[in-house]
Design a protein. Structure first.
Length: 251
C-alpha cells in the first residue's frame, strides 16, 4: 500500500532532537525522503539519517549555524542539489539564553532574531528555486509569540511573533504557485529545549496549570506538521495551529 508522501522530498531544519527529529521520522513513516539540517550534533544527524533509511526512504544531512545567512543558503543548496523539493519544515531555533531586557547583551538580541526569524526567511528564499509548485512550507513558531514569553524570553518571543507575520505574508505571496505556508505554535513541550532552559520544578508547575494537566510531546507536534503537509489540509494556508493542550486559553 502506497504511503501518502511516497517519493516526495522534505527538508527539516534543526532535526537532531525534539520536534525536528520527531517530524523527520513522522514524514519518513509517511513515505517521504527526508533531508535534515543540524547545527552541532553530526553524530546524532547521521544516526537519524540511518533511522530514516531503515524506513525505506532516502536521506542526507548537512550542518550549519543558522544564525548566519551564508550557512543557511549553503545548507539548503546542499540539501536540494540532487532533487527538487516538496516540503520545507523550518524548525531550527532556540531560546539561546534567558535575559531580562535591562541585562540583555545586544549580541543576544541579534543572534536570537537571526536564528528564530531571519533564518526562516533565508531558508525559504534559498529553497524557492527548488520548491515544486504546490509545495508546502511549515514554520515552527511558539505560544510565546502570543503571550510575550516567560521570564527572560523577550527576544525569543519577539522573533516567534515575527514568524507568524512572515508565515501569513508568505502564504499570500506564494499562493500563485499553489505553495501553502502554515505554522504551528507549540506550548510547553517535553523536549531537550526545556531540559536546557527551564528548571524541572517550573515545568511541573506549568504542567499543573495546563487544562490537559500535562506537557505536550514532540510526536504530537510532528503529527500536526504532517497534517499541514498532507493532502488533507489542501485548502489550509496562512494558518497558525496551536499545539498547547489549552495552555493559551483564559479560564
Amino acid at each position: 500500500m502506497q504511503r501518502p508522501l511516497e517519493g516526495q522530498w522534505a527538508i527539516v531544519t534543526g532535526a537532531t532532537s525534539g520536534i525536528g527529529r520527531a517530524t523527520a521520522l513522522r514524514l519518513a513513516k509517511l513515505g517521504a525522503n527526508v533531508a535534515i539540517h543540524y547545527h552541532s550534533q553530526p553524530d546524532a544527524a547521521q544516526g537519524l539519517v540511518a533511522e530514516i533509511e531503515s524506513l525505506g526512504c532516502e536521506s542526507q544531512c548537512a550542518g550549519g549555524d543558522f544564525r548566519h545567512r551564508d550557512d543557511v543558503f549553503r545548507t539548503i543548496q546542499q540539501l536540494t542539489e540532487m532533487h527538487p523539493l516538496d516540503i520545507l519544515v523550518n524548525n531550527a531555533g532556540t531560546l539561546i539564553h534567558r535575559y531580562p531586557m535591562a541585562e540583555m547583551p545586544m549580541e543576544h538580541w541579534d543572534d536570537t532574531l537571526a536564528l528564530n526569524l531571519s533564518s526562516i526567511f533565508w531558508a525559504v528564499r534559498a529553497a524557492l528555486p527548488f520548491l515544486r509548485d504546490e509545495g508546502r512550507i511549515v514554520n515552527v513558531t511558539s505560544i510565546a509569540a502570543q503571550t510575550g514569553g516567560g521570564p527572560g524570553a523577550l527576544a525569543y518571543a519577539a522573533a516567534k511573533g515575527g514568524v507568524i507575520s512572515l508565515t501569513r505574508g508568505l502564504a499570500k505571496e506564494l499562493a500563485g504557485r499553489g505553495i501553502r505556508v502554515n505554522a504551528i505554535a507549540p506550548g510547553t513541550i517535553a523536549t531537550p529545549f526545556h531540559d536546557q532552559h527551564t528548571a524541572p520544578q517550573t515545568l511541573q508547575e506549568v504542567a499543573g496549570r495546563i487544562p490537559l494537566k500535562r506537557l505536550g510531546t514532540a510526536d504530537e507536534c510532528a503529527h500536526v506538521i504532517a497534517f499541514l503537509v498532507s493532502h488533507e489540509s489542501s485548502y489550509v494556508t496562512g494558518e497558525v495551529l496551536t499545539v498547547h493542550g489549552g495552555q493559551g486559553l483564559v479560564w
